[in-house]
Write a protein that binds this ligand. Structure first.
Ligand SMILES: [Zn+2]
Length: 207
């Protein structure tokens, strides 16, 4: 049995509260919020209470790895750092991060704590992309459980994330154009690197 030795904690600094507040203030859909809490609780709490808190009691082993014939204990560390199911989603998040001019050396830290290398929280379009990655992970896990081994590996995770990010960018741009020129300027700044705005049109720079 493979064991994960990394013990990731939600607190990237001494105090985890800023990361919690940031997640609460984000406008992520509920499924992303809930999955974030699940990962965060899983990172902080070990043993029987972890299963109780995270709802992972029925899934002691990672569903993806099990379908590939491996028994890997399902932990926050495993989902964030090691599980091969998320390789293309990890790359997707890192590409989006680079596009905004930020760097997040560590995918897991970024998903859990929301901070880039500079210690700042990824906001704007990058914060939205983080919520989308969480949403895709949660939705893919649910679908994988329903569909069984044929769903391995969740290769479409990154493509789904792109679709959701494009939809979100278009919605927010449309809302900004209805509000006025200043709102469009704020949107363009928030989504810098991910989109290009021209008067009323929007070019997506990710695909
Ligand atoms: Zn796995």
């Amino acid at each position: 049995m493979q064991t994960t030795w990394t013990r990731r904690r939600m607190a990237d600094r001494a105090d985890p509260r800023p990361a919690v507040r940031q997640a609460q203030r984000s406008r992520w859909p509920q499924v992303a919020q809930k999955y974030w809490w699940r990962l965060a609780a899983g990172a902080e709490v070990q043993g029987p209470s972890r299963a109780h808190l995270t709802g992972n009691s029925g899934d002691r082993y990672c569903a993806w790895c099990r379908t590939a014939g491996r028994c890997t204990v399902d932990t926050t560390d495993h989902q964030l750092d090691h599980c091969p199911a998320w390789t293309n989603l990890r790359e997707w998040v890192q590409s989006r991060t680079r596009q905004t001019g930020a760097t997040a050396a560590d995918y897991g830290d970024f998903i859990l704590n929301g901070r880039t290398d500079t210690g700042k929280f990824g906001s704007g379009g990058l914060g939205v992309a983080r919520g989308i990655a969480l949403r895709v992970m949660c939705a893919t896990l649910t679908k994988g459980r329903m569909m069984g081994p044929t769903y391995w590996p969740p290769a479409n995770a990154a493509a789904n994330a792109t679709k959701l990010l494009a939809k979100e960018a278009r919605l927010r741009h449309l809302a900004a154009t209805k509000t006025g020129r200043e709102a469009v300027a704020v949107f363009a700044k928030d989504w810098h690197g991910l989109v290009r705005t021209r008067r009323r049109t929007l070019d997506l720079l990710f695909g």
